[in-house]
Design a protein around this ligand. Structure first.
Ligand code: FAD
Length: 368
């Protein structure tokens, strides 16, 4: 049911316009509302806070179907709630959940996650944005960068420094974009994910009510690390779908395109490339599903989800490269989907923790 609802939504509300949004570098804000009304944004989130309910596999099914629009930028933009709402549900008070979750799941407000700063990406424990408590407010100074939905988000789940250096000095604050001292850059120009808005956010003596603190002061780092597990699973699913679409496009093209008097699929080298691509996609998807099933069952998968993300990205790197190769010159042209898949894919082994950081996590877990 979830698959058919999302498929219909993609066919009616995204596919007819997606090329235009990609070229324009943004999709209309109303798409959030439409996805909210269709119950798509709420999948996996509790009904008591306006969600649609469902487990992790329903979320995966929805993401897979959304990816069939061919624009990971649209999926990432709509999906910025998936990295910014879970910490509110995990750490927030009842009042915070009621204030900050339902409007986002209805698509009336946009929510984003602000961790990365100009001088701290992988090194989260080194963030500099400072929040100083003064009476009933925090005064926040600093900036965030590369934030998905950053330019038009109404609320930002933000990592701030409330105490001394290191990870114990980090807290999470929900900062509303209409707060005094909050401003945003123009959308940043990117290699891929063109339809998503990626921005910089500045806090200049920005005033935030103290009741917007998520959980306890100094515990934010743990909340961020926990949240990364969701993001890494989502990125694995996006990478697998990027590879799946690239494979499907290549299968079609290889049967249509002729060279030396026969379809190029008649050349064994092309057929073997397709066979290798299909094998990699299948193996990666099954591994991701297996890890997701264990997460769903409450089993710790910190090491395995890092492996799944890295493996899915190695696969999508290889498969999108080969897909462009099979398309020849056409693969370099904007009118062919593989051109976008190739560009959009590049961020996946960087965002949500780089490939190198994933390996550090895997090694640390193995050497415990
Ligand atoms: C399109 C896009 C969307 C994004 N969306 C968001 C968002 O919504 N919210 C958000 O908070 N952030 C977001 N990010 C930021 C993203 O999470 C960071 O870019 C990523 O974590 C890497 O950080 P960095 O860019 O500072 O790279 P750096 O940390 O500077 O890394 C540079 C290189 O050094 C390597 N390196 C660093 N430390 C180590 C180490 N210990 N061992 C080995 N190698 C190391 C890295 O692997 C990398 O190869 C987004 C980024 C992009 C491009």
């Amino acid at each position: 049911m979830i698959r058919s609802t999302v498929k219909k939504f993609v066919e009616q509300e995204i596919l007819p316009f997606v090329e235009e949004w990609e070229e324009k570098g943004s999709f209309p804000r109303e798409l959030y509302k439409k996805a909210g009304d269709a119950g798509i944004l709420g999948i996996y989130y509790p009904e008591e806070y306006g969600g649609t309910g469902g487990d992790l596999f329903m979320k995966i099914a929805a993401t897979e179907e959304l990816m069939r629009c061919g624009s990971a930028g649209v999926v990432a933009g709509l999906g910025s709630l998936d990295i910014s709402i879970p910490p509110i549900l995990a750490l927030g008070t009842e009042e915070q959940k009621r204030r900050f979750v339902p409007a986002v799941l209805r698509g009336e407000k946009i929510s984003a996650l602000g961790v990365t700063e100009p001088d701290a990406g992988s090194d989260v424990a080194n963030i500099k944005t400072r929040a100083v408590r003064k009476g009933h407010q925090y005064v926040v100074n600093g900036s965030k960068t590369y934030i998905t939905s950053g330019c038009r988000a109404n609320q930002l789940t933000t990592a701030v420094r409330t105490a001394g250096e290191g990870h114990r000095g980090i807290s999470l604050l929900i900062i509303e974009s209409d707060s005094r001292g909050y401003s945003v850059s123009k959308p940043l120009k990117k290699m891929g994910w063109w339809a998503s808005d990626t921005g910089q956010i500045f806090f200049d003596d920005c005033l935030v009510p103290a009741e917007n603190l998520l959980g306890q002061e100094g515990r934010g780092f743990y909340g961020i690390m926990e949240n990364f597990q969701n993001e890494r699973l989502q990125i694995s699913v996006i990478a697998n779908m990027t590879a799946q679409l690239a494979l499907e496009e290549s299968l079609k093209y290889a049967q249509e395109r002729t060279a030396f008097g026969r379809p190029i699929v008649g050349f064994q080298v092309i057929r073997h490339k397709l066979a290798d691509m299909a094998t990699l996609v299948e193996a990666s998807r099954e591994f991701t599903y297996r890890v997701a099933a264990k997460i769903n069952a409450g089993i710790n998968q910190v090491k395995e989800i890092s492996m799944a993300k890295n493996f899915a990205c190695i696969v999508s790197d290889k498969v999108t490269y080969d897909a462009v190769q099979i398309h020849g010159g056409a693969g370099y042209m904007r009118e062919y989907l593989v051109e976008r898949l190739y560009r959009d894919n590049r961020i996946l082994s960087i965002g949500g923790g780089t490939q190198e950081i994933m390996k550090e996590i895997i090694a640390k877990q193995m050497l415990q």
